[in-house]
Design a binder for this molecule. Structure first.
Ligand code: PMP
Ligand code: GLN
Length: 387
């Protein structure tokens, strides 16, 4: 341990930020030997052929810096995907950038366009990286609460929250932590809201391929007037069961991409080369995502069946790999307290929504990740049913 007295006094740039709830819960789950349905990641492995492809690219010597914007084969494959799925034409040269995870893409987008004092609309509960990224870049987060228990966008409140300083709106569909998705009506409202303005959109679509009950993913890319002002963020971690590889991307019109790349080139410069080559093969061959929704829908349905008849009440989950459960029939404890007790006494780790909230008191619900082997879900459900 170094001598503390030698370190100069600091003024924190993020005084109210501590260690993320994901780190806290996963660490405690490991220490206590609990079943970990907290942090969002699969407990099963990715396609062995994808691992083999990474190893092959490494053996073939693709081990040096990738081009700053990403390996061309991967950008081409993404351009083809956006054309096929959303009818959008992104130029891989000037409108597609590969990043070190969706998190980097979110941070760089905010850093690229938010000036000191600009207001950014975020919807709570919101993914925990948004607000710190806004604050670090001198922006002012303006928090609008999603409705409960639908987690829908209250459009009247959005209109009321807009000011002359509003610069950016951040959407996330399918939504973490709730599993809610944007609908065609939402896209109509949004188009009306931004029409004729200079507003920009950051659309976190990392769960785009995990959407249930036959719904179609409402990407900003589908609507030309929205795509023209949007950074659309994706993550290969979610699609290929490889959250630890930290590879993502952003698609955005050329003018936005130019500013984005000015930031990206100094945050990471470029992302992991052999992984990009391997993922490019999978995206080009349409491997992984066409069947992903059905795969996770079966897991959601299994988890719901397993807890049926218990005191846990599920809210609607229409996408993502998170299920929110209402626990009001079990206890009146707040969500942080109950999540800790559930972990320590019953050995099941979950995520409370309080860390994603800024204005509202947390409702009595917990988030459970069902990206887990069936036997993991069965063991967890057995413990949940006992409450
Ligand atoms: N946005 C949301 C809503 C997420 O759930 C995640 C996953 N942690 C990310 C962004 C970040 O993705 P990545 O792991 O690729 O950085
Ligand atoms: N997105 C993951 C979740 O919501 C966690 C990612 C992280 O730990 N930063 O659980």
């Amino acid at each position: 341990m170094l001598n503390k007295q030698d370190t100069p006094q600091l003024v924190s740039k993020l005084p109210s930020v501590g260690t993320t709830i994901f780190t806290v819960m996963s660490r405690l789950a490991a220490e206590l030997g609990a079943i970990n349905l907290s942090q969002g990641f699969p407990d099963f492995d990715c396609d062995p052929e994808l691992v083999e492809a990474v190893a092959r690219h490494m053996r073939e010597g693709r081990n040096q810096y990738a081009p700053m914007a990403g390996v061309p084969a991967l950008r081409d494959a993404l351009a083809a995907k956006y054309r096929e799925l959303y009818g959008a034409s992104y130029d891989p040269e000037t409108e597609i950038t590969v990043t070190s995870g969706g998190t980097e893409a979110i941070f760089d987008s905010i850093a690229a366009v938010v000036h000191e004092g600009d207001e950014v609309i975020v919807f709570e509960p919101c993914y925990d990286s948004y607000v710190p990224a806004i604050e670090l870049n001198g922006g002012v987060p303006v928090v609008v609460s999603l409705t409960f228990p639908e987690y829908a966008v209250p459009w009247d409140e959005v209109r009321r929250a807009m000011t002359a300083r509003t610069r950016l709106l951040i959407f996330n569909s399918p939504h973490n932590p709730s599993g809610a998705v944007l609908r065609a009506e939402d896209m109509r409202e949004l188009r009306a809201l931004v029409d004729g303005t200079d507003l920009l959109i950051l659309s976190d679509e990392v769960y785009e391929h995990i959407i249930f009950d036959g719904a179609a993913h409402e990407s900003m890319a589908r609507y030309a007037p929205l795509a023209a002002r949007s950074f659309v963020v994706g993550s290969f971690g979610k699609t290929y069961h490889t959250t630890g590889w930290k590879l993502g991307y952003v698609v955005a019109p050329a003018a936005l991409t130019a500013e984005f790349r000015k930031v990206h080139q100094f945050v990471t410069f470029a992302s992991n080369t052999p992984v990009q080559h391997a993922v490019a093969e999978f995206v080009a061959a349409r491997r992984g995502y066409p069947g992903l929704s059905a795969f996770y829908q079966a897991k959601r349905d299994l988890f719901l069946r397993l807890i049926e008849g218990s005191r846990w009440k599920p809210l609607a989950c229409r996408g993502s790999y998170f299920q929110i459960l209402d626990y009001t029939a079990i206890t009146d404890e707040d969500d942080m307290t109950f999540a800790m007790r559930l972990l320590k006494e019953h050995r099941v780790a979950s995520i409370p929504t309080a860390p994603f909230l800024y204005r509202q008191r947390a409702p009595q619900v917990l988030r459970f990740c069902f990206a887990k082997k069936d036997e993991t879900l069965e063991r967890a459900a057995e413990r949940l049913r006992a409450l």
